[in-house]
Write a protein that binds this ligand. Structure first.
Ligand SMILES: Cc1ncc(COP(=O)(O)O)c(CNc2co[nH]c2=O)c1O
Length: 406
């Protein structure tokens, strides 16, 4: 794979070329939200300058242009996840809404004693909607434990998966640990038990393209803002035959075929799940982000990301009292850590004073924090536009903090 010209890539991300607190910005909070390339900014600007109108049923040229851009974006997403049909691509506000939509849509299938299998490393977005539905239906949410390295306990998975398991809802990648779960095999085992499978792809899609047909999962969800697209939009991929059987998630315009006070009928897929005026410019922006990624050499990108994580791992020993949380064999470039004698939020604040942006806290994964016995972690999450120098700056900053405050 040809070398990854990160300096040229960085010029595509205008936000990176700024100073914070008098220092060059070192943006290492990509797991929370990624930055946007000029191609995304231009696509959304151009949409509003030349194409905007409300979509569908338009009786005029701009309406046709907006609809073509909006449905063209849906096709770009379909291709990105390799879904059989664009009817199976539902626009949502993000990963959180996509999971809520599926949980509510599957609720009618759930009964007393049914089990929803999740993992201990889930984000609250893939725990709480299932708890809400379990509350209503008498089903039970069952967490699969992780080991101290932050890997799924596969023996526990095999013993917890049983004939009462109706749904497996599990993350492709942990936002705290960086762990990449072996979801292809987990999906197969769940299907062999007759369970439906939802994969939370929020932290996976910035690093690799999911192939939902190869994975053979029933649902795959992610957010645009994690893979270099705008906020306010996300994607639910769902198997058409399941979506057809699920009741709509929200009522209103677009999602209906015919409304009367006697009887209202639903629109066809995907519109049955898309009530109200959609996030049109955001769909255009997400499609531009996917096209941008498709133009990158993915193998070189992955090698560059792995080099960042490898360098960070090498430098851990230069910070006395630093300990990594999440040492799975297979990881994306996310590094959660703690430093003896320092609270995570102090680390975050003191790094920010040096222009370095990381995230601290529970990362919406409180059960995982409880497992590790910490109130929260400090987390650096790298993207392909970060540099080895930025990794060095992170650790120089941590060494300085450690010396000053312990
Ligand atoms: C694995 C995972 N699932 C779901 C979500 C929710 O995505 P949203 O609906 O777009 O908010 C996130 C966001 N993760 C983080 C958001 O901020 N820091 C994070 O680690 C996530 O990392």
């Amino acid at each position: 794979t040809k070398a990854f010209d990160v300096e040229r890539i960085r010029r595509d991300f205008p936000i990176l070329a700024q100073e914070v607190n008098g220092k060059p910005l070192v943006y290492l909070d990509n797991g929370a939200s990624a930055q946007k390339p000029i191609a995304v900014l231009d696509a959304m600007d151009r949409y509003y300058r030349e194409m905007h109108s409300n979509v569908h049923r338009g009786a005029h040229t701009l309406g046709d242009r907006a609809t073509a851009a909006f449905e063209g974006a849906r096709e770009t997403v379909r291709s990105f996840v390799n879904a059989p049909s664009s009817r199976e691509i539902i626009w949502t506000r993000g990963t959180t809404e996509a999971i809520n939509l599926v949980a509510n849509g599957l609720a009618p299938r759930l009964k007393e004693g049914d089990e929803i299998l999740v993992s201990h490393m889930e984000h609250h977005a893939n725990i709480v909607p299932w708890q809400m539905v379990a509350e209503r239906t008498g089903a039970k949410v069952v967490p699969v434990p992780v080991n101290s390295a932050g890997e799924l306990d596969l023996d526990a998975f095999n013993s917890l998966l049983n004939e009462r398991t109706r749904i497996l809802a599990i993350t492709h990648v942990s936002n705290v640990l960086g762990t990449v779960n072996p979801i292809a095999s987990l999906i197969k085992k769940a299907k062999d038990q007759g369970a439906l499978t939802l994969i939370d792809g929020a932290q996976a899609v910035p690093h690799f393209k999911p192939d939902v047909q190869a994975l053979d999962c029933d649902f795959y969800v992610f957010s645009s803002h994690k893979l270099f697209g705008p906020t306010g939009i996300g994607v639910l991929y769902g198997r058409a035959e399941l979506l057809e059987q699920m009741p709509p998630y929200q009522g209103g315009g677009e999602m209906i075929e015919r409304v009367s006070f006697e009887r209202t009928t639903w629109n066809v897929l995907p519109y049955k799940f898309e009530a109200g005026t959609p996030a049109i410019a955001e769909a255009v922006g997400l499609a531009a982000a996917i096209r941008y990624l498709d133009n990158l050499d993915r193998k070189a990108m992955e090698a560059a990301e792995n080099a960042l994580l490898a360098r960070a791992n090498e430098l851990v020993s230069t910070v006395p009292g630093m300990e990594i949380i999440g040492t799975a064999a297979k990881k994306v470039p996310v590094m959660s850590f703690k430093i003896a004698g320092l609270h995570p939020s102090d680390i975050g604040t003191l790094l920010d004073q040096q222009g370095i942006a990381i995230r601290t806290g529970h990362h919406c994964a409180m059960p995982l924090m409880d497992f590790y016995g910490v109130p929260g972690t400090a987390r650096a999450s790298f993207a392909f536009y970060n540099t080895l120098e930025e990794v060095e700056q992170l650790f120089a900053g941590l060494q300085k903090i450690q010396r000053l405050f312990t």
